[in-house]
Design a binder for this molecule. Structure first.
Ligand code: NAD
Length: 299
């Protein structure tokens, strides 16, 4: 539990209580915050209420009088409209804004600048970790903000995660998130490619794992999330590629990465290949399966 006595008095407006936001809001309640919840979906609101949040009728009502506003929304357009259409005009002077959604860097910087113009401080704080980490309060937050604003945001984010890392100024949380996930997408595909080829050459996959996991080809995709069933630790591969990190979410992050790369003329041939392969999987109707199922395309 995080410094409960100190936090009891803080009211958080939480907007977007879906798969991720629902668990995150529940952890704020558990850690002594008063949470005012708003979502467009009735089921999400009911769940938040059951977890101890107070449901309200609009994003504006949630923000009004709150010490901080946390948003966990699908994409940049939702974040932009929630802040411009509801939060900016109803938030109390001095309120802190924390957007934990994964969105494009340009929108994150634009919304942060718009908040600053109105006298508000804002952080972009996207997360690493899925629904289980959101429920368990073990997310990692990558935070874009100046030092003082990061300091204000940290106690709130710490109540929902195991690590809160300052990535630099506004937008840099999103930059860290997409660079990390572009690397993950590419290394997963490379790992799948190597396992598939090893088997075709006649190398036993377990033997290949035993060698490569302690050699220079080692990666998180291999040793923490092995794409082959029965090899390495338990992973979605052992569960028919169900659960885990969906192809559709990986594809979303890769598209954001390519958009950011184009905006700064960065050459990202591996990220681009990864996007193309995950698009192919999504087009085959596999968007809901775990992203390590890409091995089936390569076997
Ligand atoms: P979700 O679709 O389950 O939840 C989003 C919620 O936002 C929904 O309940 C929706 O009704 C609500 N919403 C949309 N527009 C709204 C508005 N104008 N006002 C109020 N509520 C609104 O999505 P999720 O899986 O919870 O993901 C949220 C964010 O977290 C996304 O940006 C996603 O990329 C990111 N993320 C997800 C995961 C994951 O494993 N699901 C992991 C890391 C990051």
């Amino acid at each position: 539990m995080y410094g409960v006595d100190h936090l009891m008095s803080q009211t958080i407006a939480f907007i977007g209580l879906g798969n991720m936001g629902g668990g995150m809001a529940a952890n704020l309640v558990r850690n002594g915050f008063t949470v005012r919840a708003f979502d467009l979906a009735e089921a999400a609101l009911a769940k938040a209420e059951a977890a101890g949040a107070t449901r309200v009728a609009s994003a504006a009502e949630a923000a009004s009088g709150a010490d901080a506003v946390v948003t966990m929304l699908p994409a940049g357009k939702h974040v932009e409209s929630v802040y411009h259409d509801a939060v900016f005009d109803s938030a109390t002077k001095g309120a802190l804004f924390l957007d934990c959604s994964t969105i494009d860097v340009a929108t994150a910087r634009r919304v942060s600048a718009a908040a600053a113009e109105r006298g508000f401080e804002m952080v972009d704080a996207p997360v690493s970790g899925g629904i289980a980490a959101a429920n368990g309060g073990t997310l990692t937050f990558m935070v874009g903000a100046d030092d003082a604003t990061f300091g204000r945001a940290k106690p709130i984010l710490s109540a929902m995660g195991k690590a809160v890392i300052h990535a630099g100024s506004a937008g840099n949380g999103q930059a860290a998130k997409i660079c990390n996930n572009m690397l993950l997408g590419a290394t997963m595909i490379a790992t799948c490619e190597a396992f598939a080829m090893a088997q075709k050459i006649g190398l036993d996959p377990q033997t290949f794992y035993d060698i490569s996991s302690v050699s220079s080809g080692q990666s998180w995709s291999m040793t923490s999330y092995c794409p082959l069933p029965g090899v390495g630790p338990q992973s979605p591969a052992d569960n028919g590629y169900e659960g885990g990190f969906a192809v559709a979410l990986m594809l979303k992050d890769l598209k954001l990465a390519l958009e950011a790369a184009a905006s700064v003329n960065a050459s990202v041939p591996m990220g681009s290949q990864a996007e193309s392969l995950y698009q192919l999987l999504a087009n085959k109707g596999e968007g809901g399966r775990d992203f390590s199922s890409v091995i089936e395309l390569l076997s």
